[in-house]
Design a protein around this ligand. Structure first.
Ligand code: NAD
Ligand code: MG
Length: 347
């Protein structure tokens, strides 16, 4: 069955007019959603708890800020954009009491609905618009007049208009200018977790680190190892992003291309593929979700220790020095990683 894809003409912003939209959370996604919706002519209330450091930022950006409960009470559409591991608590304390029938509850990732952490009442629409980019990019491209693609999924269609509302929301944040692909909460959640663990974050980081350490252990300079295994990654990924694997292989030398075909499958071999299947199984059967929720409930000690160890590893200290010599790499945002403290998460 071909994928269902929606574009600009498949939604009307008028669907969202006449009542406020609550954007709960003002982090990476929250700020981009709130500002894009506002600039699309929607009425936006940012919902944040009293002590939130994001309050000042949202107000400085010209937005109306209320408590999460007040925002949820006033709005007909409530988008939850606090971190996934705190959504259950924020939802139960401040959102659920205000979800009268006819309202719409939205998410940008399916984790809490799919794994049963949040169980909304029967009378509300429950949908997802998951932009396939970090919030800064979502905002940046919107301002340039284009958009980032997104996924849409409907978990519950009480009104019969859940898709219409979700698509209007996607239009408001600019995603329909690119494309919005129909999926399910299950597919989005499982593929997102698998992608970030096996390939994008876990896989790439471990591959870079293993390559770096192999060269250093063989006696090569860490600086050379850093350039070959980490720094050049961006050049390759940019080519893949632009024109697929074949375009990257067309641009690199024939020597590099030959080595790619022969060595790639030796490194990412059948045992790695078996491990990937095991990982996917643990995502699908909920084991990973239970483990991550338990880690959060236990105070994140193990998580923070891993963060600390990773931040002080050799590739990171060598990289820090080399990047200091390449100040043009730093575009401000995301350049400096804050020290590993529990306070880094949430505010
Ligand atoms: P974030 O960590 O950047 O921001 C969360 C915001 O929530 C904070 O800025 C703050 O305003 C608030 N917050 C933080 N801790 C809180 C707490 N303990 N209690 C109440 N409020 C708190 O989060 P994010 O990355 O924007 O993620 C939001 C949602 O968007 C998640 O469901 C995530 O999976 C999804 N998502 C994120 C990305 C991404 O690239 N970051 C992309 C697509 C979808
Ligand atoms: Mg993702």
């Amino acid at each position: 069955m071909p994928a269902t894809i929606y574009y600009e003409d498949d939604a009307s912003l008028s669907t969202l007019m006449g009542y406020p939209i609550a954007v709960v959370g003002y982090g990476s996604q929250g700020h981009a959603h709130a500002l894009n919706l506002r600039d699309s002519g929607c009425e936006v209330i940012v919902g944040l708890h009293e002590g939130s450091a994001s309050r000042a930022r949202a107000r400085a950006d010209g937005l109306r800020v209320e408590s999460v409960a007040d925002a949820a009470r006033a709005a007909r559409v409530v988008m939850i954009l606090v971190p996934d591991h705190v959504q259950k608590r924020v939802y139960e304390e401040s959102v659920a009491p205000h979800l009268e029938p006819g309202k719409t509850l939205m998410f940008a990732h399916g984790f809490n609905i799919h794994f049963g952490q949040i169980d909304p009442p029967a009378g509300v629409d429950v949908s997802m618009i998951a932009p396939k980019a970090p919030g800064d990019r979502l905002r940046e491209l919107f301002e340039e007049g284009v958009g980032v693609p997104a996924l849409i999924a409907i978990h519950q269609d009480a009104s019969g208009a859940a898709r219409e509302t979700a698509l209007a929301y996607a239009k408001g944040i600019g995603c329909l200018r690119a494309a919005v692909l129909e999926t399910t909460f299950k597919e989005e959640t499982e593929t997102d977790l698998f992608g970030e663990q096996a390939v994008l974050c876990g896989g790439v980081s471990a591959l870079i680190q293993a390559g770096f350490e192999t060269l250093v252990e063989a006696g090569y300079q860490p600086e050379s190892a850093y350039f070959e295994c980490l720094h050049e990654m961006k050049l390759i990924v940019d080519l893949i992003y632009e024109g697929g694997l074949s375009y990257m292989r067309y641009v690199v030398s024939d020597t590099a291309e030959y080595g790619d075909y022969t060595a790639g499958p030796q490194i990412i071999n059948s045992s790695v593929r078996e491990a990937m299947k095991g990982l996917l199984g643990r995502i699908q059967d909920g084991s990973f979700a239970r483990e991550w929720m338990a880690e959060n409930e236990a105070g994140r000690e193990r998580f923070l220790a891993m963060r600390q160890a990773a931040q002080t590893s050799q590739i990171e200290t060598v990289g820090q020095e080399l990047r200091n010599m390449m100040p043009w790499l730093r575009k401000g945002k995301g350049a400096a990683v804050p020290a590993a403290t529990p306070a880094q998460v949430g505010d």
